[in-house]
Structures are given as C-alpha cells and as structure tokens.
Design a protein around this ligand. Structure first.
Ligand code: C2E
Ligand code: MG
Ligand code: MG
Ligand code: MG
Length: 288
C-alpha cells in the first residue's frame, strides 16, 4: 500500500508501524476487560543492601498475560493505561496485591527480625498522583493488610515531579508524614534542579540504570565516577538513601558500594520473578 505524500512523491507505508498501531489500538481496548479477567500479574525483584548483601525488600513490576500475545512488559501497556485512565484502577490493584504480598512475606519471614520487615516498592504513575483517592486508598490498603506504612515505598519518576506545584505534592507529603517512603525513580535522566530536591517529600533516590551501566568498564569513566560520588554525597547530606538500578555484574555492585550507594537492584542479584522466589532468597539470608 502506498500513501500519497502530495504532488508526485510517494511514500511506502511502513507495514510494521501499521501492525503496531493496530496492536496498540487492540491492546488499549482490551485493557479494561483484562483487569476484570485477572490477566495482570506481578513479578518481584529483590532490593539488596549493598553493605551486607541481605535482601531488604522488593520492587513490584506488573505484567500482562495477554491471551494472544503472551506476556507483555509494562512499557507496552502502562502508557496506554495512562492514556485511557485505566492506570488508576490498575495501579490500585497493583498496590493492594503488592502490599498483601509484603504482609505474607513478613509473616513467614520471622527469622530476620534484626533486618526489619521486608519492604515493598510500588511504582506510581503521574495520573495516580493527581487522582484524589490516592491517599485514602493507600491508607485503606495498609489498614486492611496490617502492613506498617514504613514498609511501603512509592516510586515516582523524576520527570513526574519536575516543576510540580504544591497541589501535586500535597498527597505525597501526606503519605510521607504517615511514614511511607517516596523514592525518586530513574533519577539523573531528567533535568531536575538538584536544589529542588529539598522541596520534594522524597526520602530515596533511585539512580538510573545509565549510571550503573557506565560502571561496567574497569576502570570506570572518571567523570561518571565523580558524578555518582557527587549525587551520593548530596543525597546523604539531605538525609536521602540511594538505591541503584540495573546492577548486572559483581564489579558494578562493588564500585557502587565503594561510592557509598545504600541499596541495589538488578539481574546480578535476581531477575524479577514470582513472589515465592523472593521469599526463598530472603529466607536464605535469614538462616545464613
Ligand atoms: P522501573 O520502575 O525503573 O523498573 C526497573 C526496570 O528495570 C524493570 O523493567 C526491571 O525489570 C528492569 N531491570 C531490573 N534489573 C535490571 C538489570 O539488571 N538490567 C536491565 N537491563 N534491566 C533491569 P520492567 O519490569 O520492564 O518495567 C519497566 C517500567 O515499567 C518500570 O521501570 C516502571 O516505570 C514501569 N512499571 C512497572 N510496573 C509498574 C506499575 O505497577 N505501575 C506503573 N505506573 N508503572 C510500572
Ligand atoms: Mg521503579
Ligand atoms: Mg527505576
Ligand atoms: Mg528505570
């Protein structure tokens, strides 16, 4: 099929992008029923303390088991869910499931008292931030499950908070006052003003995977080392903890530990997986 691009010029339509557009449309219209039919599921990826290697919690990562297309990654459908507003009920479902799961781990994980309760990190979309039910939904879920607010961390991307006004920050402030941790996800990819950090009710910086990737070579790029060193020291001076994403090798983990990062996440430790796996990993820690 050829599309006329005006005059006597012709352009071939890219069949791939056509197929993608159809799938996009198909996926978008299938989303609401998928939630009702229970086609979403959550994988959990451990968060590991860089100092002693112990598992301290996990990040919840949603997937869609589509009847025709198989398992779809969140990058395929979260933007569509944001566009249609389905992200609000979907996000609420992820939050409830994940907090319930955290409760189940905590109950079976008696041996590791010294490390504190296993924590759960849940991603929030910008649309959820502006939804008026966020604070109440979160309070209700914590109460129903009996999970302490300080075992929950909500991850918000740096770009969602750039230029955020007080109205947008208010629900996050309320949650932070209750003891819920707020993490700035993918930190370092946006262009947020570092001085702005003081204004945000954030207690954790999640350093973007691109920084971790630059620790791959040995010796690492000296400029990247300086940047990470600077971010970590600024974060610590503001009482923020630093988590690093995308750690794939022991060398990266060691470099980031030396640079003072607190917690790490990545394939080096474990890929995202079913909840039982997290339990086994954490239990292996607790019993040595
Ligand atoms: P994110 O929050 O930055 O999550 C980290 C992503 O990095 C995950 O991709 C994870 O599987 C991947 N990852 C972890 N370790 C490694 C590693 O060592 N190497 C590499 N190359 N990748 C690693 P995933 O699961 O595909 O999720 C993509 C994004 O989708 C997430 O990025 C998050 O922004 C979004 N997302 C996932 N679940 C939810 C959700 O429930 N709600 C919302 N609003 N967004 C979600
Ligand atoms: Mg995240
Ligand atoms: Mg991230
Ligand atoms: Mg990321």
């Amino acid at each position: 099929r050829a599309k006329s691009a005006g005059g006597n010029r012709f352009e071939l339509a890219d069949p791939e992008s056509d197929a993608r557009a159809i799938t996009r449309h198909g996926l978008t219209t299938a989303l609401p029923a998928a939630l009702e039919r229970g086609e979403f599921f959550i994988e959990y990826q451990p968060l590991v303390h860089l100092g002693d290697g112990s598992v301290r919690g996990a990040e919840a990562l949603v997937r869609w088991l589509h009847p025709q297309h198989g398992v779809l990654s969140p990058d395929r459908f979260i933007p569509l869910a944001e566009h249609t507003g389905l992200i609000v009920p979907l996000g609420r479902w992820v939050l409830e499931q994940s907090v319930r799961q955290a409760r189940a781990w905590q109950e079976r994980h008696g041996g590791a008292e010294a490390l504190g309760p296993l924590r759960i990190n849940v991603n929030l979309s910008p649309c959820q931030l502006t939804h008026p039910g966020l604070v109440q939904d979160t309070v209700d879920i914590l109460e129903r499950t009996g999970v302490e607010p300080d075992a929950l961390c909500l991850e918000v991307t740096e770009s969602a908070l750039i230029g955020a006004d007080d109205d947008l920050l208010k629900p996050l402030r309320r949650l932070a006052e209750m003891g819920v941790d707020i993490a700035l996800d993918d930190f370092g990819t946006g262009y947020s003003n570092l001085a702005n950090l003081r204004r945000l009710p954030v207690s954790i910086l999640k350093l973007d995977r691109s920084f971790t990737q630059s620790m791959q070579q040995y010796p690492a790029d000296p400029v990247d080392l300086k940047i990470v060193e600077g971010i970590v020291s600024l974060a610590h001076s503001l009482d923020l903890a630093v988590t690093v994403e995308g750690v794939e090798t022991g060398a990266q983990a060691e470099q980031l530990r030396i640079l003072g990062c607190d917690t790490a996440q990545g394939w080096y430790y474990a890929r995202p997986g079913p909840p039982e796996r997290l339990h086994d990993l954490a239990l292996a820690d607790a019993t040595g």
